[in-house]
Design a protein around this ligand. Structure first.
Ligand SMILES: Nc1ncnc2c1ncn2[C@@H]1O[C@H](COP(=O)(O)OP(=O)(O)O)[C@@H](O)[C@H]1O
Ligand SMILES: [Mg+2]
Length: 397
């Protein structure tokens, strides 16, 4: 079965896509990555999204409108990615775009992803899986990080204590230590604050600090950094999740209001991301020996250097790599994770690991919108064994 996984993350930068062929052998799932690709979000859709995301507000009408507009953008992305690869997937698994992730203290109360799957199924004719997060929240979980299933299945074969770290708008990590239940959580900000500050301090010219060059020219303001690190979120034990509602434009504006020199501000926010991640490892995963990073943040050289230096100082036995070392393309990891979740959905298999999201039990995630191939997809899936997958083997074609 070929699945197109798609996501636009909290950075609202591009729609990432991955075409993945899944084949089963007993409890092992083989994922062949046929292509990874991305597609732009039309400027007017991006602007509309950014104008309603916290701390800004949107009307119910605006949410209603953007749901279809993002659906159209995902449908266009699915079409373009399929055309470029010359492949028509059997299933589309769309994360859509988060517009709100509602957390109070350590409890997730609700979450909303837009990008109407009906629009995607209608435009493409392909059965579309979507709405992955709410079920886990309904079962008492965080609804995040949903990449944890991919992470855990992928690391199931390794004997060393490992962690996966995704550097999107928000950072998340999954820890797999032999003999322990796996766990996962959002570390806090990854690129979200850096992006907002880069856009504001450049007068809108930059969307992000390209390669981290701006931060590299600045000096970290240690007293501001210490204050930011005192945020209570970092003390909460996992499982926990967060979003731009907390570490987003509102937070970044408070830091900008301190009037630091622009480069120093960029350096301090970059150090904040790095330090919060290093502290997360020190406090919650000191046993990890290898960490595999992914997401757009790996292209920020200053962030990666700060991470390396701070890991070296706090946890000298921890090696930082990118997920390339596992055969997993770092920019497409989340798209691949949602392809996996879509595959799990049509097979009636769990998309979560309760110790990772904090749910009372594992759940089959998502809902399905039938395309013209619906009965065929159901027939193929029904023909397979009902048991759960224990291991994932990935290869890139
Ligand atoms: N060359 C680069 N230099 C610095 N940062 C980059 C670069 N490329 C991507 N990024 C960062 O990665 C972010 C996008 O990462 P992504 O993994 O797509 O996050 P999300 O899942 O939140 O959309 C951008 O907003 C930017 O902050
Ligand atoms: Mg993105």
């Amino acid at each position: 079965m070929i699945v197109l996984g798609m996501i636009s993350g909290t950075s609202v930068d591009r729609i990432e896509g991955a075409l993945v062929r899944f084949e089963e052998e007993g409890e092992t799932l083989r994922a062949s990555i046929l292509t990874t690709d991305s597609h732009p979000i039309p400027d007017r859709v991006r602007t509309a999204l950014l104008s309603m995301l916290p701390p800004k507000r949107g009307s119910v009408r605006a949410v209603c409108e953007i749901n279809f507009a993002v659906g159209e953008a995902f449908a266009a992305a699915a079409h373009a990615i399929g055309e470029r690869a010359g492949i028509r997937p059997d299933l589309i698994a769309s994360h859509g775009q988060t517009v709100y992730h509602l957390v109070e203290g350590q409890r997730a109360l609700s979450t909303l992803q837009v990008g109407a799957p009906a629009v995607i199924a209608e435009r493409t004719g392909i059965t579309t899986a979507a709405d992955f997060r709410p079920r886990d929240i309904a079962a008492g979980g965080q609804g995040a990080p949903l990449v944890s299933l991919l992470d855990v299945l992928l690391l199931a074969g390794t004997d060393a204590p490992c962690a996966m770290l995704n550097l999107g708008g928000i950072g998340n990590m999954t820890v797999v230590v032999p003999g322990m239940e796996p766990f996962a959580f959002d570390t806090g900000p990854a690129n979200a604050l850096i992006d907002h500050a880069a856009a504001r301090l450049s007068g809108g010219k930059l969307r992000y600090d390209v390669d981290g060059t701006w931060a590299a020219r600045g000096k970290v303001n240690e007293s501001v950094l210490a204050e930011l690190m005192a945020h209570p979120y970092f003390k909460l034990a996992p499982p926990k999740s967060t979003g731009k509602e907390l570490f987003g434009p509102g937070f970044a504006e408070e830091v900008l209001a301190r009037g630091l020199d622009a480069a120093d501000c960029m350096a301090t926010l970059t150090a904040f991301t790095a330090q919060s991640i290093v502290d997360a490892f020190r406090d919650f995963a000191p046993h990890a020996r290898e960490v595999y990073a992914s997401g757009g943040g790996i292209h920020n050289r200053t962030l990666m250097t700060m991470l390396e230096q701070r890991f070296k100082a706090a946890l000298p036995d921890l090696a930082l790599r990118t997920t390339d070392a596992l055969g997993l393309p770092p920019d497409a990891k989340e798209a691949i994770a949602f392809a996996l979740l879509g595959y799990q959905l049509v097979h009636g298999r769990s998309g979560t690991i309760p110790t990772c999201t904090g749910a009372r039990h594992a759940s089959v995630l998502g809902s399905l919108t039938p395309g013209s191939n619906y009965r065929e997809v159901m027939r193929v899936a029904a023909g397979r064994a009902a048991g759960e997958i224990r291991q994932l083997m990935i290869r890139q074609l």
